[in-house]
Ligand binder design. Structure first.
Ligand code: XBP
Length: 253
Protein backbone atom coordinates (compact mmCIF):
# COMPACT_ATOMS: atom_id res chain seq x y z
CA UNK A 1 0.00 0.00 0.00
CA UNK A 2 1.31 3.46 -0.97
CA UNK A 3 -0.73 5.24 1.69
CA UNK A 4 1.29 5.37 4.90
CA UNK A 5 -0.49 8.09 6.89
CA UNK A 6 -3.58 10.26 7.12
CA UNK A 7 -2.95 13.78 8.37
CA UNK A 8 -6.06 15.36 9.88
CA UNK A 9 -6.89 18.99 10.35
CA UNK A 10 -8.84 19.43 13.61
CA UNK A 11 -11.29 22.31 13.92
CA UNK A 12 -14.18 21.96 11.49
CA UNK A 13 -12.83 18.63 10.15
CA UNK A 14 -12.94 16.32 13.17
CA UNK A 15 -15.83 18.22 14.79
CA UNK A 16 -17.73 21.49 14.29
CA UNK A 17 -15.63 23.13 16.95
CA UNK A 18 -15.37 26.58 15.39
CA UNK A 19 -19.02 27.68 15.45
CA UNK A 20 -20.12 25.68 18.49
CA UNK A 21 -16.91 25.52 20.51
CA UNK A 22 -14.23 28.15 20.03
CA UNK A 23 -16.70 30.95 19.16
CA UNK A 24 -18.86 30.24 22.22
CA UNK A 25 -15.77 29.99 24.45
CA UNK A 26 -14.40 33.33 23.17
CA UNK A 27 -17.75 34.96 24.03
CA UNK A 28 -17.76 33.45 27.53
CA UNK A 29 -14.21 34.71 28.06
CA UNK A 30 -15.22 38.23 26.93
CA UNK A 31 -18.12 38.18 29.38
CA UNK A 32 -15.98 36.95 32.27
CA UNK A 33 -13.50 39.77 31.61
CA UNK A 34 -16.30 42.36 31.53
CA UNK A 35 -15.78 43.04 27.82
CA UNK A 36 -19.02 43.97 25.98
CA UNK A 37 -18.09 41.96 22.87
CA UNK A 38 -20.06 39.13 21.27
CA UNK A 39 -18.94 37.28 18.15
CA UNK A 40 -22.06 36.11 16.35
CA UNK A 41 -21.88 33.23 13.85
CA UNK A 42 -21.43 35.51 10.85
CA UNK A 43 -18.83 37.77 12.45
CA UNK A 44 -16.86 34.74 13.58
CA UNK A 45 -16.94 33.36 10.03
CA UNK A 46 -15.13 36.49 8.83
CA UNK A 47 -12.66 36.37 11.72
CA UNK A 48 -11.76 32.78 10.79
CA UNK A 49 -9.66 34.22 8.00
CA UNK A 50 -7.16 34.85 10.77
CA UNK A 51 -5.81 31.47 11.87
CA UNK A 52 -4.93 30.96 15.53
CA UNK A 53 -6.99 32.11 18.51
CA UNK A 54 -4.40 34.57 19.84
CA UNK A 55 -3.80 36.01 16.37
CA UNK A 56 -7.59 36.31 15.86
CA UNK A 57 -7.96 38.25 19.13
CA UNK A 58 -5.08 40.54 18.23
CA UNK A 59 -6.55 41.22 14.78
CA UNK A 60 -9.99 41.97 16.27
CA UNK A 61 -8.67 44.34 18.94
CA UNK A 62 -6.30 46.21 16.65
CA UNK A 63 -8.87 46.59 13.86
CA UNK A 64 -12.11 47.05 15.74
CA UNK A 65 -11.22 48.04 19.34
CA UNK A 66 -8.08 50.17 18.97
CA UNK A 67 -9.21 52.42 21.87
CA UNK A 68 -9.38 49.57 24.38
CA UNK A 69 -7.92 50.95 27.66
CA UNK A 70 -4.59 49.16 28.17
CA UNK A 71 -4.04 47.97 31.74
CA UNK A 72 -1.23 45.71 30.57
CA UNK A 73 0.75 45.19 27.34
CA UNK A 74 -1.53 43.95 24.54
CA UNK A 75 0.26 40.61 24.06
CA UNK A 76 0.01 39.66 27.71
CA UNK A 77 -3.67 40.72 27.81
CA UNK A 78 -4.30 38.51 24.77
CA UNK A 79 -2.52 35.57 26.40
CA UNK A 80 -4.66 36.04 29.51
CA UNK A 81 -7.89 36.25 27.49
CA UNK A 82 -6.89 33.23 25.41
CA UNK A 83 -6.20 31.18 28.56
CA UNK A 84 -9.67 32.06 29.87
CA UNK A 85 -11.15 31.08 26.51
CA UNK A 86 -9.28 27.73 26.54
CA UNK A 87 -10.72 26.94 30.00
CA UNK A 88 -14.27 27.57 28.71
CA UNK A 89 -13.51 25.54 25.59
CA UNK A 90 -12.38 22.54 27.67
CA UNK A 91 -15.55 22.82 29.80
CA UNK A 92 -17.74 22.89 26.70
CA UNK A 93 -16.07 19.79 25.29
CA UNK A 94 -16.33 17.98 28.62
CA UNK A 95 -20.09 18.55 28.55
CA UNK A 96 -20.29 16.54 25.29
CA UNK A 97 -21.66 19.60 23.51
CA UNK A 98 -19.87 18.89 20.22
CA UNK A 99 -20.13 15.53 18.43
CA UNK A 100 -17.52 14.17 16.00
CA UNK A 101 -18.34 14.74 12.34
CA UNK A 102 -19.86 11.89 10.33
CA UNK A 103 -17.42 9.08 9.54
CA UNK A 104 -14.47 10.42 11.54
CA UNK A 105 -14.38 7.71 14.21
CA UNK A 106 -14.90 4.94 11.64
CA UNK A 107 -12.06 6.23 9.43
CA UNK A 108 -9.65 6.58 12.35
CA UNK A 109 -10.51 3.06 13.53
CA UNK A 110 -10.01 1.49 10.11
CA UNK A 111 -6.75 3.39 9.56
CA UNK A 112 -5.48 1.92 12.80
CA UNK A 113 -6.64 -1.60 11.84
CA UNK A 114 -5.03 -1.37 8.41
CA UNK A 115 -1.70 -0.01 9.63
CA UNK A 116 -2.15 3.51 8.23
CA UNK A 117 -0.51 5.96 10.63
CA UNK A 118 -2.34 8.97 12.05
CA UNK A 119 -1.19 12.56 12.48
CA UNK A 120 -2.62 16.01 13.21
CA UNK A 121 -1.75 19.33 11.58
CA UNK A 122 -3.71 22.15 13.23
CA UNK A 123 -3.55 25.89 13.74
CA UNK A 124 -5.22 25.60 17.13
CA UNK A 125 -3.07 25.45 20.25
CA UNK A 126 -1.74 22.01 21.22
CA UNK A 127 -3.68 22.18 24.49
CA UNK A 128 -6.97 22.73 22.64
CA UNK A 129 -6.22 19.99 20.10
CA UNK A 130 -5.44 17.47 22.82
CA UNK A 131 -8.53 18.31 24.85
CA UNK A 132 -10.73 17.77 21.77
CA UNK A 133 -9.08 14.43 20.91
CA UNK A 134 -9.24 13.18 24.49
CA UNK A 135 -12.85 14.17 25.08
CA UNK A 136 -14.26 13.16 21.71
CA UNK A 137 -12.28 9.98 21.02
CA UNK A 138 -11.26 8.90 24.51
CA UNK A 139 -7.64 8.73 25.64
CA UNK A 140 -6.85 5.39 24.06
CA UNK A 141 -8.02 6.30 20.57
CA UNK A 142 -6.48 9.77 20.93
CA UNK A 143 -3.13 8.10 21.57
CA UNK A 144 -3.29 6.52 18.08
CA UNK A 145 -2.31 9.96 16.74
CA UNK A 146 1.42 9.44 16.97
CA UNK A 147 2.25 12.91 15.64
CA UNK A 148 0.44 16.03 16.80
CA UNK A 149 1.59 19.27 15.19
CA UNK A 150 -0.28 22.33 16.41
CA UNK A 151 -0.36 26.04 17.14
CA UNK A 152 2.89 27.74 18.03
CA UNK A 153 5.07 24.77 17.00
CA UNK A 154 5.57 26.71 13.78
CA UNK A 155 5.99 30.44 13.35
CA UNK A 156 3.84 30.76 10.24
CA UNK A 157 0.41 29.20 10.63
CA UNK A 158 -1.96 28.02 7.85
CA UNK A 159 -2.30 28.97 5.00
CA UNK A 160 1.50 28.61 5.10
CA UNK A 161 2.50 24.94 4.65
CA UNK A 162 4.84 24.84 7.67
CA UNK A 163 2.60 22.81 10.01
CA UNK A 164 2.15 20.09 7.36
CA UNK A 165 5.86 20.10 6.57
CA UNK A 166 6.53 19.61 10.27
CA UNK A 167 4.04 16.71 10.42
CA UNK A 168 5.77 15.04 7.44
CA UNK A 169 9.16 15.52 9.05
CA UNK A 170 7.96 13.98 12.34
CA UNK A 171 6.33 11.07 10.50
CA UNK A 172 9.51 10.70 8.45
CA UNK A 173 7.35 10.28 5.34
CA UNK A 174 7.14 12.06 2.02
CA UNK A 175 4.03 13.94 0.87
CA UNK A 176 3.36 11.29 -1.79
CA UNK A 177 2.79 8.69 0.96
CA UNK A 178 0.21 10.72 2.90
CA UNK A 179 -3.24 12.23 2.45
CA UNK A 180 -4.51 15.36 4.20
CA UNK A 181 -8.10 15.81 5.38
CA UNK A 182 -9.18 19.43 5.64
CA UNK A 183 -12.29 21.61 5.69
CA UNK A 184 -11.24 25.05 4.46
CA UNK A 185 -9.48 26.81 1.62
CA UNK A 186 -6.93 28.09 4.12
CA UNK A 187 -6.16 24.54 5.21
CA UNK A 188 -6.03 23.35 1.61
CA UNK A 189 -3.50 26.05 0.72
CA UNK A 190 -1.33 24.77 3.58
CA UNK A 191 -1.61 21.07 2.68
CA UNK A 192 -1.23 21.69 -1.06
CA UNK A 193 1.76 23.93 -0.33
CA UNK A 194 3.37 20.98 1.45
CA UNK A 195 2.78 18.82 -1.64
CA UNK A 196 -0.06 16.75 -0.17
CA UNK A 197 -3.12 15.43 -1.92
CA UNK A 198 -6.15 16.62 0.02
CA UNK A 199 -9.73 15.56 0.72
CA UNK A 200 -12.08 18.34 1.85
CA UNK A 201 -15.18 17.86 3.98
CA UNK A 202 -16.99 21.18 3.77
CA UNK A 203 -19.04 22.77 6.53
CA UNK A 204 -21.28 25.83 6.88
CA UNK A 205 -18.33 28.21 7.10
CA UNK A 206 -16.40 26.77 4.17
CA UNK A 207 -19.12 25.57 1.77
CA UNK A 208 -18.74 28.54 -0.60
CA UNK A 209 -14.94 28.57 -0.63
CA UNK A 210 -12.78 27.66 -3.59
CA UNK A 211 -11.34 24.12 -3.59
CA UNK A 212 -9.77 24.01 -7.03
CA UNK A 213 -6.65 22.21 -5.82
CA UNK A 214 -8.48 19.60 -3.74
CA UNK A 215 -8.51 16.02 -5.01
CA UNK A 216 -11.92 15.28 -3.53
CA UNK A 217 -14.58 17.54 -1.99
CA UNK A 218 -17.39 15.94 0.06
CA UNK A 219 -20.10 17.15 2.41
CA UNK A 220 -18.76 14.71 5.04
CA UNK A 221 -16.84 11.42 5.17
CA UNK A 222 -20.05 9.38 5.11
CA UNK A 223 -21.12 6.10 6.68
CA UNK A 224 -22.56 2.93 5.14
CA UNK A 225 -26.03 4.12 6.13
CA UNK A 226 -25.35 7.81 5.45
CA UNK A 227 -23.65 8.28 2.06
CA UNK A 228 -21.58 11.37 1.38
CA UNK A 229 -22.53 13.91 -1.29
CA UNK A 230 -19.79 14.51 -3.83
CA UNK A 231 -19.03 18.12 -4.65
CA UNK A 232 -15.90 17.44 -6.67
CA UNK A 233 -13.78 14.44 -7.64
CA UNK A 234 -14.03 10.72 -8.38
CA UNK A 235 -15.28 8.45 -5.58
CA UNK A 236 -14.88 5.17 -7.51
CA UNK A 237 -18.46 4.02 -6.74
CA UNK A 238 -17.91 4.39 -3.00
CA UNK A 239 -20.58 5.95 -0.80
CA UNK A 240 -18.36 6.61 2.22
CA UNK A 241 -14.71 7.54 2.53
CA UNK A 242 -12.46 4.67 3.60
CA UNK A 243 -8.82 3.55 3.31
CA UNK A 244 -9.45 1.92 -0.07
CA UNK A 245 -10.76 5.22 -1.47
CA UNK A 246 -7.89 7.11 0.19
CA UNK A 247 -5.44 4.80 -1.58
CA UNK A 248 -7.20 5.38 -4.93
CA UNK A 249 -7.07 9.16 -4.49
CA UNK A 250 -3.38 8.96 -3.69
CA UNK A 251 -2.75 6.94 -6.85
CA UNK A 252 -4.43 9.55 -9.11
CA UNK A 253 -2.17 11.44 -11.48
C1 XBP B 1 -8.38 26.25 13.71
C2 XBP B 1 -7.94 27.56 14.15
C3 XBP B 1 -7.81 27.81 15.57
C4 XBP B 1 -9.09 27.78 16.37
C5 XBP B 1 -8.88 28.33 17.75
O1 XBP B 1 -7.30 25.50 13.33
O2 XBP B 1 -7.67 28.44 13.34
O3 XBP B 1 -7.23 29.06 15.73
O4 XBP B 1 -10.05 28.61 15.73
O5 XBP B 1 -7.94 27.58 18.43
P1 XBP B 1 -7.38 24.15 12.41
P2 XBP B 1 -6.92 28.26 19.44
O6 XBP B 1 -8.59 24.22 11.53
O7 XBP B 1 -6.08 24.22 11.66
O8 XBP B 1 -7.44 22.99 13.37
O9 XBP B 1 -7.68 29.28 20.24
O10 XBP B 1 -6.41 27.12 20.27
O11 XBP B 1 -5.84 28.91 18.59
Amino acid sequence: MTLKALIFDVDGTIAETERDGHRVAFNLAFESEGLPWQWDIETYGKLLEIGGGKERLKHFISHYKPDLPQKQPLDSFIRHLHQAKSRYYAKLLASDAIPLRVGVKRLITSARQEGVRLAIASTASEENVRVLLDTSLGQEMASWFEVICAGDMVEKKKPCPDIYLLALEKLNLSASECLAIEDTNQGLRASFGAGLKTVITINDYSKNQEFYRANLVLNHLGESNLPFKVIKGNTYNKSYFDIELAEKILAEI
